[in-house]
Ligand binder design. Structure first.
Ligand code: ZN
Length: 319
């Protein structure tokens, strides 16, 4: 079962019914929102030999489910910084003209194209413009603008979005067998991004950081000076964790100010403490704290001593 992104799936089904599947497409969106799942679904649909594609039962669908379909080719990352080298792309171009092994199509998946360079794209251009009838090229990326306009104009674009909190909760509890209480927490922190939720659930450090952010938020709301300084002091030895704490706390500020002036249905970090902060937050204190967090973040990036950054932040949060 695939959660969320119903519109994309329906579109794929409709195109399959009308035998109008694209020859090249880009599936783009935030990491963890199901780009790969949609790519697999499209591939399964395109290769299915059953009646209502993807039927899930024909020999082709069974091979897809086992991950052993010879005509679904995952192009390997190569070259610098995880891009696709010109050599790899040339091999794909040569291979693409050869007829499929089993099915009626040959499908190439270029996953995570976030660093694909223009040379590789130019090498792919001709194949994308005039692909052999049996070829389907699929690309995934966070943003579509990593591609040249000439490539984009030849591709069908599928925007993938996080699912709703409800869908995400269902996926976590049913598909991934998370206990409901944990799933609920994960959705509260990470929103409808299933991949992010799963990472968060597996990563105790991140969970601990969320708890500490909630404590910091409460201490700031209640203006418990000593407590604020005590929490911040725990981070003195860890630049990376401090950066995450700052990010989380900034999300708390954002949620608190949205709650104050409107409705906030997607919580970023810890809803309960953000609500308490919202009750005491003013527009000017929000601006002051947000600015202080940003300054601290920049100082961290500029290699200023973590201890100094935290001391200065503590002062600003309590001023
Ligand atoms: Zn099938």
């Amino acid at each position: 079962m695939i959660y969320g992104n119903d519109a994309v799936l329906q579109l794929i089904q409709k195109m399959a019914e009308r035998e109008h599947l694209p020859h090249a497409c880009l599936i783009y969106g935030e990491k963890g929102t199901g780009r790969k799942t949609i790519a697999d679904y499209l591939a399964m649909t395109a290769l299915c030999t059953g009646e209502h594609a993807p039927c899930g039962n024909c020999p082709s669908c069974r091979k897809m489910r086992k991950g052993i379909h010879p005509d679904y080719i995952h192009v390997e990352h190569s070259g610098k910084k995880n891009g696709f080298s010109v050599e790899t792309v040339r091999n794909v171009c040569r291979d693409a003209v050869i007829a499929p092994n089993d099915g009626s199509r040959k499908i190439y998946l270029f996953a995570d194209c976030d660093n694909i360079d223009s040379r590789s794209q130019n090498t792919l251009l001709k194949l994308t413009e005039e692909p052999p009838e049996h070829v389907l090229l699929m690309f995934t990326a966070v943003q579509k603008n990593v591609f040249l306009d000439t490539m984009l104009s030849r591709m069908m674009l599928f925007a993938v979005r996080p699912c709703t909190a409800e869908e995400c909760f269902q996926a976590l509890t049913q598909e991934h067998e998370c206990p409901p209480a944990e799933a609920e927490r994960a959705v509260q922190v990470c929103g409808g991004n299933i991949g992010k939720c799963l990472d968060w659930l597996e990563n105790e450090e991140m969970q601990e950081l969320t708890r500490q952010t909630a404590m910091l938020t409460d201490a700031v709301s209640a203006r418990r000076h000593y407590e604020v300084l005590r929490i911040l002091a725990q981070f003195e030895k860890d630049r990376q964790k401090t950066a995450v704490l700052l990010e989380y706390f900034d999300i708390q500020l954002r949620d608190a100010i949205i709650m104050k002036y409107g409705q906030c249905d997607r919580m970023g970090c810890d809803k309960t403490s953000a609500e308490r902060l919202s009750a005491v937050l003013t527009l000017s204190s929000f601006q002051r704290m947000h600015e202080a967090v940003r300054t601290a973040y920049n100082a961290l990036q500029a290699n200023v001593s973590v201890k100094l950054v935290l001391a200065s932040l503590g002062g600003s949060l309590l001023s």
